[in-house]
Design a binder for this molecule. Structure first.
Ligand code: SAM
Length: 307
């Protein structure tokens, strides 16, 4: 088996020229051309020969080659039809890779895992398209497929948001969701010159080690995330106003204010000051009060289109 070397800029350029490939900005195409970064991704993901890896957006197969060399099996989902003949060539030396032509946002991940990953727990590894980072991560968490970890390249600011605590200006729905489902760890900062073409923004590799059990128990997870989204959609408003405007609750204002005061000591508190534990407690109180379970809501997209 040939050593992965597509990341060498001259090899990436040669493949692109051979197939007259045109980069599509709308697909967030910035291919990795730095071997050290690729090694760091593989090390952070802690890939072994027993692992089944799901890669989102293989591009020309640069990271895929590294994954295939270390994992038992790799399933790679690529939206751009023009990349398929390239992937056929760059991955032809690896018998453990399956490339699927699909939009990950329209893919039934349960079905994919059952069909191609033998239902085994998966590790997600990806240099993500930045225009859909949050929906991809939230979609995977909320799908509740058996996930061991996600090791993903994201925009630097998104990596920071994932790790924020209450009170900071970057603390938000993404911080709470990531921390509910996983333990985030910053594996590397990656400058624009590690990609072709260079993105306008800085990047970072984040390893999300998925919790076996959530760090806080909550009676109705979907309701808790609805409350979280409603309170951060209107950050400048008090928590009670954010919830009354955006969470679709059937609890009267006075009662909601009383619950909030009991939990936080301040009926006019802002949502951005509440911890995950407090959102879980708030959700449980509202759930008890409403007396029935609420439906789920998908993660909204919050990042800027940096590349
Ligand atoms: N993995 C390659 C690398 O590191 O060089 C390419 C990473 S590039 C940042 C993102 C990749 O995701 C591109 O190949 C792009 O075509 C693909 N992509 C974008 N949107 C997608 C979607 N909705 N579903 C699947 N793949 C997508």
């Amino acid at each position: 088996m040939k050593e992965p070397d597509l990341y060498l800029p001259q090899n990436t350029i040669a493949v692109i020229q051979k197939y007259q490939f045109a980069f599509q900005k709308k697909f967030g195409q910035n291919f990795l051309i730095d071997g050290h970064v690729l090694q760091k991704i593989i090390a952070a993901a802690n890939i072994t020969g027993d692992d089944v890896v799901l890669e989102i957006g293989p591009g020309i197969g640069t990271l895929t080659q590294f994954l295939a060399a270390s994992a038992g099996k790799v399933v790679a989902v690529e939206i751009d039809r023009n990349l398929l003949p390239i992937l056929e060539e760059t991955l032809c030396g690896f018998s453990n890779v399956t490339v699927l032509h699909a939009d990950i946002m329209k893919t039934d991940v349960h079905d994919l895992v059952n069909r191609y990953c033998e239902g085994r727990p998966i590790k997600v590894v990806a240099n993500l398209p930045y225009y859909i980072t949050t929906p991809i991560i939230m979609g995977l968490f909320e799908s509740h497929v058996p996930l061991q970890s996600m090791t993903v390249m994201v925009q630097k600011e998104v990596a920071q948001r994932m790790q924020q605590a209450p009170g900071s200006k970057d603390y938000g729905a993404l911080s709470l969701a990531v921390q509910y489902y996983a333990q985030p760890y910053l594996a590397a900062n990656v400058p624009p010159n590690c990609f072709m073409p260079r993105p306008k923004v800085g990047s970072a590799v984040v390893h999300l080690n998925v919790h076996r059990h959530p760090p806080v128990p909550v009676r109705d997870e979907a309701l808790m995330f609805r409350l979280i989204r409603a309170s951060f959609n209107q950050r400048r408003k008090t928590l009670v106003n954010g919830l009354l405007n955006g969470a679709g609750l059937s609890v009267p204002r006075a009662e909601l204010m009383q619950i909030i005061e009991e939990l936080t000591g301040d009926p006019n508190v802002r949502g951005e000051t509440l911890s995950l534990q407090q959102f879980a407690a708030l959700s449980d109180r509202i759930s008890e009060r409403q007396g029935h379970d609420q439906g789920g809501v998908r993660g909204e997209q919050t990042e800027t289109d940096g590349r």
